[in-house]
Design a protein around this ligand. Structure first.
Ligand code: GUN
Length: 295
């Protein structure tokens, strides 16, 4: 029987733990973690994510410091805002929702966020720490989506040591940090990308297949080894026709209906990786808060 990994449930467990922890921290220090959420413009997908992140943060007792900025804001003014947030005492984490408008250099912005307040784990210092650190990740700020994937894999209680993993996608947000995390688990990791030769054949050798390419339903049944674990990071909106009407549907990078019966475990879309990403953002914010208390 294929296990369908319930990201909603695992994320709820993590949020419950964080909520309890924050209640205890508040009782002891009379403060709660604060997360600054910076959104620029009105990209529809970003608005959906920011709303979900804000709602979950409030649910666990994190204070939200909201900055919704005009699409036309200059890079300089955005940098000024981030520097202000870097020095603001009630802000423990700063999240700048990506993508940014074309006139703003994403890397300059991510580099401006103080590494101690880097709720996404995208700052070069934290990226470096992840790549050289020991196995203990208790006070590291780690990119949320790959960490959420790792928690789902750990939740399966399978021995990850020596497993062949193929990560499809080499982004800084998912592919590369995912590979670092799994290396730390002693997996043998291959990162595949758009120039990889014979991709489907490579994937067929994977004990664990992680699809993070952003191409709807690209992973088909014949890409997957019998009994493999399949983690679908993709969130793609596609147009479908239903009852003569054009509708949009959310699908992953994996063709679920084909792959489900072949995998030993699989994440659905929606309800898989997505909720875990948000829960891990709350975790990072709480870690940043605790790190500050202990400094
Ligand atoms: N845009 C898509 N995914 C992410 C994410 O994990 N963090 C931020 N800040 N922006 C995103």
């Amino acid at each position: 029987m294929t296990k369908v990994i319930n990201g909603k449930e695992l994320a709820q467990d993590l949020r419950n733990k964080l909520k309890e922890e924050i209640i205890n921290l508040k009782a002891k220090y009379n403060k709660v973690p604060g997360l600054a959420v910076v959104q620029i413009g009105n990209v529809a997908a970003s608005s959906v994510y920011v709303k979900a992140k804000t709602k979950s943060a409030k649910e666990v007792g994190i204070e939200i410091i909201d900055h919704h900025l005009d699409q036309e804001i200059s890079e300089l003014n955005l940098i000024k805002l981030i520097k202000k947030l870097n020095n603001q005492d009630n802000v423990n984490g700063i999240l700048v929702q990506l993508p940014l408008p074309n006139h703003i250099n994403e890397q300059i912005i991510l580099d401006t966020i103080h590494p101690d307040k880097d709720a996404d784990g995208f700052h070069p210092l934290n990226v470096g720490k992840l790549s050289i650190s020991a196995t203990n990740d208790e006070n590291l700020l780690i990119p949320c989506t790959p960490y959420g994937c790792l928690l789902m894999l750990r939740g399966l209680n399978v021995d990850l040591k020596g497993k062949n993993v193929v990560v499809i996608g080499r982004s800084n947000i998912v592919g590369k940090p995912m590979a670092q995390l799994l290396l730390k688990e002693s997996c043998t990791v291959t990162i595949a990308h758009s120039k990889t030769k014979e991709l489907s054949k490579l994937c067929r050798d994977a004990d664990i297949l992680i699809a993070a390419v952003g191409r709807p339903e690209i992973v088909r049944e014949d890409w997957v080894k019998n009994g493999a674990i399949v983690i679908d990071v993709g969130i793609n909106r596609i147009d479908i026709e239903e009852d003569g009407k054009l509708k949009t549907k959310l699908v992953g990078d994996v063709l679920y209906s084909e792959v489900e019966s072949k995998a030993s475990a699989i994440t659905p879309v929606p309800g898989g990786v997505g909720p875990m990403t948000i829960a891990c953002l709350l975790r990072n914010t709480t870690i940043a808060f605790k790190n500050k208390l202990s400094n």
